[in-house]
Every structure is written in C-alpha cells, then in structure tokens.
Design a protein around this ligand. Structure first.
Ligand code: PMV
Length: 296
C-alpha cells in the first residue's frame, strides 16, 4: 500500500529574526507543495528525494516518528516537489510535515495539529539547531498566521486578497548561518539589537490589524519600516535593497526582504493596476519574478 502526504511552502510577511527572540511574526503559505509517498517494504529503509537537502529531514522525521510511536521503519519513501529549494519557500519544513502526514496514514496513527507541530519542530531543531518553527506551523495550518516561537501562539488571520509580487534575488540564503551570525553579534551589543527587535515587534502587531482590515497602504508602509530595521540588523543585501526600492518607486504600497535575508526573495505589496510595472522594475533590477498563489 502506498500513501501520500503533502504540505505547502511559506513566505515570511513580517517579523523575521525578531521571532527568534520571542517577538511575534506573520507568515503566509504559497501554492507550491512538497509531496511525500511512503510504502512499507520488506527490504531496507530507503529514500528517493531529488532535493538532497530534504533527505536529512525525511530521515530525522522517520527516526523520531518510529521511536515516539514505536513503529517499524522499513519504508520506501519518495519525495516530489512543485518548487526548487533555492527560493527559500521552506522546502525543509514542508517535507518534514508531509513525511509526518504520510507516516501517520501508513501506521494509522491519528495526530492532532499540535502533535504534528511538536514533532516537526523537533526535527528542525535537531538538524538546524536554530529556528522559530514558523515554517512548520505554516505547512500544517496553511493560510496566514500570527506566530510566536515554538508555537506558543499560532493564530490564523483572516486576510483577503493579499496581492504580492515575489522577486527572487538569484542568491540562495543560508538561514542557519545568518541566524547564528546575528546571535553572535547580539552577544556583543545586546541593547542596540533589543531596541530593533522591539520596534519590529510593534510593526508586527500593527500589521496584524492592517492586513485583516485590508488596509494595504498601511501594510505597505509597515513593510518598508520592517525592511529598514532588517537593514539595520545587517541581514539585507545591496541587491535586495535595490529590488525593494525599485518596487516602491514603481508604485508598490511597500516592499521588504522575506526570510533570513542574505539572498532568497523580496516581496512587494501591490494594487492590481501597479502589478506589471512593479514586476518589470524588479526584473530590471536583476530579480526573477516567482508566480505563485499565496495565502492558500
Ligand atoms: O530564511 P527563511 O525563509 O527560512 O526564514 C527565516 C526566518 C528567521 O526568523 C530568520 C528564522 C526562523 O526560524 O524564524
């Protein structure tokens, strides 16, 4: 018998980095998904995952799952993906959650969302050593979420028609490295960084209201402020800054980097009539437009 599990990728809207230090963030899902197929085999445990990075997450998930629920792990597992891991859409967390779904189906173990979160978050921490778990929550709950580290708060937000342009900077970011580097710098000047995180925390609280109210002008303004603070944290790049600036100059409500920084994607909040202009300006700045549905 073959079973399948799947989970979507994510995009950070507000609050990256500060979320590691106990401030909230807002995350949304993207339409591309990762699929995991599992089958019980008489032979050896085997994984066929085209994205090599995913293998470690699948292995760790199977290890923790079989230990916790006392099941055999003689499985053949295959993964398929709608998206490349290079965009920073959270392929590791999506593959982790999709593997838990597949395993719970094959062994007929009913798990609550909370149990799936706790297991998935443990996998991420065991492999990366750092992370808030926002990506695991997004893969499980879908839609747009207000989130606090470790799933202390996972609150679905009712956000309608979020119109975003996503621009890939062409550079793959190393999230773990950037998070650890920031941690190192904070050690030496704690207070300065605390002030920035507090400001980001306030922006997230305001964005929670403006997004639910569909106040795009306010939300765009908050994105710009959030990006400015990420620049002050030293996690942005020249290219991301250029892409954000040109998006705003072409009529976006606001723009910011999304995720750890150092590369990956930026996002711009746009009205329908400005979408094309913003997209072509990002391409002119050397970015690649990623066309996906969001808030799914
Ligand atoms: O690089 P991404 O898209 O995985 O986002 C990382 C966001 C951080 O806040 C920097 C880390 C985290 O786990 O919350």
């Amino acid at each position: 018998m073959k079973v399948k599990g799947s989970a979507p990728g994510k995009l950070m809207l507000f609050g990256e980095h500060a979320v590691i230090y106990n401030y909230p963030c807002i995350v949304t899902t993207v339409s591309p998904r990762i699929y995991v197929e599992a089958e019980i085999t008489p032979g050896q445990f085997n994984i066929d995952a085209p994205q090599v990075k995913n293998v470690r997450f699948v292995e760790e998930t199977v290890k923790l799952f079989s230990k916790k629920y006392n099941v055999d792990n003689k499985l053949l597992i295959k993964t398929y993906s709608d998206f490349s891991s290079q965009y920073g859409f959270g392929s590791s967390s999506a593959v982790t959650v999709a593997t838990i779904y597949a395993l719970s189906k094959i062994y007929k173990i009913k798990l609550s969302k909370r149990e799936i979160f706790d297991l998935g978050y443990k996998v991420i921490l065991n492999i990366q050593g750092v992370g808030s778990g926002f990506d695991i929550a997004a893969a499980i709950f879908g839609g747009t979420l207000y989130f606090v580290i470790g799933g202390k708060v996972i609150e679905p937000l009712s956000v309608k028609e979020l119109s975003l342009v996503i621009g890939y900077s062409g550079v793959k970011a190393d999230t773990t490295k950037i998070v650890k580097n920031l941690e190192f710098r904070i050690h030496n000047s704690e207070l300065e960084y605390r002030k920035i995180f507090e400001k980001i925390g306030r922006i997230v609280e305001e964005a929670k209201i403006s997004l639910v109210n569909g106040d795009w002008e306010k939300s765009g303004e908050l994105m710009n402020q959030n990006h400015q603070l990420l620049q002050e944290l030293g996690v942005s790049t020249e290219k991301l800054n250029r892409m954000c600036l040109t998006a705003i100059e072409s009529g976006a409500y606001g723009a910011k980097l999304s995720g750890a920084g150092g590369g990956d994607c930026m996002i711009a909040l746009v009205s329908k009539d400005k979408k094309e202009d913003v997209e072509s300006s990002i391409v002119d700045a050397g970015g690649e437009i990623i066309n996906v549905k969001i808030n799914v």
